[in-house]
Design a protein around this ligand. Sequence first.
Ligand SMILES: Nc1ncnc2c1ncn2[C@@H]1O[C@H](COP(=O)(O)OP(=O)(O)OP(=O)(O)O)[C@@H](O)[C@H]1O
Ligand SMILES: [Mg+2]
Length: 322
Amino acid sequence: MQEPVLQVEDLHVTFHTDLGTTPAVRGLSYALPKGKILAVVGESGSGKTVQALAILNLLPSTAQVTGGKILYQGKNLLALKNAQLRRIRGKKIAMIFQDPGASLNPVLTIGEQLCETLHAHEKISKPTARKRAAELLSQVGIQDAEKRLDEYPFQFSGGMCQRVMIAMALALHPDVLIADEPTTALDVTVQAQILKLMKDLQRQNGMSVIFITHNLAVAAQVADEVLVLYAGQCMEHAPAAELFKQPFHPYTQGLLNSLASVHKKVEKLPAIAGNPPRPGEVLPGCPFAPRCAHAQARCFEQCPPLYTNSFRRTRCFLQEGK
Ligand SMILES: Nc1ncnc2c1ncn2[C@@H]1O[C@H](COP(=O)(O)OP(=O)(O)OP(=O)(O)O)[C@@H](O)[C@H]1O
Ligand SMILES: [Mg+2]
């Protein structure tokens, strides 16, 4: 096994709102291998964003980490003071978000924003920062970079804005990049270009990436490993090739089947019958049991553990004894 660059250990995150207490992440553990892309996949509300925000201490004030550790370079990020974390955030662990338009400041030029990022962490002269900013823009495939530094976000298309966000995230050569649905807001052709760009840059820079997506087809294009989240829990975690060839968990099988039917242009089926548990609803057994064709009586009473089999982990009683 490759040395992990980041380790999430038994992470629990709970929201406290007027509507009640909602456990959003429940006992999540994984290791991000060095130089690899781990896709975190799951339906809306499964906890993908919340677990990522916990890594960088960016959770909203209504959320609380109620347990676990996040280890980076031997340190538990959850125990660091804000000043210490600020040195890691952006420089060592960078994050890009779904909506590139909303992440850029509309009243500053692209160049000003890139230079600001560079200046925030490094002591460099203005001309050096500008030169670096232009290099970064060309690196993410934006032509006429020098000229475009003086343009404003509204002069860039959605795909170009996302390229700028990637350039900003790469500006400080982070070890870890967390990309939360970086291509969801883009049309399919641009999405494919951005995915290719991310994969190329990841290889060139030897970065490790946590790639968050609700779309297994997107995960298939980029990931080395896939972790399937459901109701805040890991249901399955496996090397991508193996997971796509033979998914073990009935939930992953359902996700893959619905994908296959879309590809074959069969009339679009509902992804998987039924709905995930409502926020705040914690079932005594497996959270997927009510939607699972293989569920037995005990699946409703007891939550299965994560069964580990060589490099794969599966939370399903069907894996017991295998
Ligand atoms: N601001 C909030 N207030 C209360 N509960 C929240 C809030 N944000 C998230 N949650 C809870 O945390 C759960 C996980 O949310 P999260 O945003 O991580 O889902 P996600 O997997 O990223 O979904 P999506 O694909 O829609 O982005 C939600 O189901 C909800 O119960
Ligand atoms: Mg999300």
